[in-house]
Design a protein around this ligand. Structure first.
Ligand SMILES: C[S@@+](CC[C@H](N)C(=O)[O-])C[C@H]1O[C@@H](n2cnc3c(N)ncnc32)[C@H](O)[C@@H]1O
Length: 297
């Protein structure tokens, strides 16, 4: 198994990080230190950005997203991403797959992808990075529940760790990863190109044209169909695209409200429209996602 310490660097000076007691410290002249939080994550947001209430998702949003994801209704999405990594990501020296989930939220998909890889014998070493410390705190707790070792376990190589960090300046070494994953998050192409080994892959999960179409029909008189096919940016070539479409039942108001709460519409629509959706006693909606795999050339 590759070690997470082969991947992470100090966000201030770019030096390698090591663990001592309950902290990580860098090998640079200034020996910058970062405490491992009680929940098991480390805050590697640049100074001045550590209280990231504006950048990352808020605690309430994370709670409703967690409740919804734990219903398992989006599990097929992370399974699809794991299969793509298995198929396209090059293996490291010890035969494992190293990956970063960039904009990992509360790490639900990160853990599931790592579990799928572990189940398939791909010996994952992975990091989840998000600007929201509430998100990564939840991720670290979930990873521990799933039996992954992290910073809380002394003496073992950590292999699924969560960091508060900026994906546009991720605290990761150049060319240290065989895979990167971006699910419903902004894509930092330049940084993805920097941190992937040549031949490494970035999987981008985005909404397809029919994603939650039933909800969008309630919001808009005329539903716009989004353009999903994007050309590969410089330094990458698209090597595979898979569309995943299925329908899910939202059995009650709570599930409808939780799913609606995690969409970008939730903070855009007037209260009257929000009520029209969240006060329904359930509905059936379409899940439509497009997973595109970009290989670093
Ligand atoms: C829609 S959520 C998706 C979360 C997760 N990937 C999922 O599919 O459940 C987008 C995530 O990107 C994170 N994000 C946005 N900009 C970021 C940045 N510059 N650095 C780190 N995370 C960022 C947000 O905090 C949020 O958790």
């Amino acid at each position: 198994m590759e070690s997470v310490f082969e991947m992470i660097v100090c966000p201030l000076c770019g030096e390698r990080l090591e663990k001592e007691g309950g902290s990580l410290f860098c090998r640079g002249a200034r020996r910058h230190t970062y405490d491992v939080a009680l929940e098991g994550y480390v805050n590697l947001l640049p100074p001045g950005k550590k209280n990231n209430a504006k950048t990352g998702d808020r605690r309430e949003l994370i709670r409703s997203r967690t409740r919804f994801l734990e219903t398992g209704k989006y599990d097929r999405i992370s399974d699809a991403v794991a299969s793509l990594l298995m198929k396209y990501a090059p293996r490291g020296g010890t035969g494992g797959i190293t990956f970063a989930d960039l904009g990992c939220g509360e790490g639900y998909h990160t853990c599931r992808i790592a579990e799928d890889l572990r189940g398939a014998g791909a010996r994952p070493a992975a990091v989840g990075i998000d600007a929201s410390k509430y998100g990564v705190a939840a991720g670290a707790k979930r990873a521990a529940r799933s039996g992954f070792s992290s910073f809380d376990l002394n003496g073992e190589e950590p292999f699924l760790c969560f960091f508060a960090g900026n994906i546009f300046r991720p605290p990761l070494r150049d060319m240290c990863l065989s895979g990167a994953v971006s699910m419903f998050a902004p894509v930092a192409w330049d940084e993805a190109a920097r941190i992937l080994v040549p031949g490494g892959v970035l999987t981008v999960t985005a909404s397809g044209p029919d994603h939650l179409i039933e909800i969008r029909r309630i919001i808009y008189d005329e539903v716009r169909v989004k353009e999903t096919a994007a050309a590969a940016p410089e330094g990458f070539r698209a090597v595979g695209t898979e569309r995943l479409t299925y329908r899910i039942d939202l059995e009650d108001r709570e599930k409808t409200a939780d799913l609606f709460g995690m969409t970008p519409f939730a903070c855009r629509v007037p209260v009257s429209v929000r009520k029209k959706i969240t006060e329904r006693d359930g509905m059936t909606v379409t899940v439509d996602t497009v997973n595109t795999v970009y290989e670093k050339i």
